[in-house]
Ligand binder design. Structure first.
Ligand SMILES: [Zn+2]
Length: 61
């Protein structure tokens, strides 16, 4: 593979593509940034069931 694509790794979870975070810390950091930058609240970090990485999900109130 010659072309290194600087795109976050993603995987399909249900009907949407989610960004994969390799560590829980990385995912938590991204959640905090999203909360701060975009006012997104209630983001939860969880381990992907399809691979060895983590995702963010929005808790439904
Ligand atoms: Zn995944």
């Amino acid at each position: 593979m010659q072309n290194r694509v600087y795109e976050p790794e993603k995987c399909w979870v249900g009907e949407e593509q989610k960004i994969c975070y390799s560590t829980r810390e990385e995912a938590e950091m991204a959640a905090r940034v999203a909360e701060y930058d975009h006012g997104v609240s209630g983001l939860t970090v969880y381990k992907c069931e399809y691979g060895d990485h983590w995702h963010l999900t929005r808790r439904k109130s």
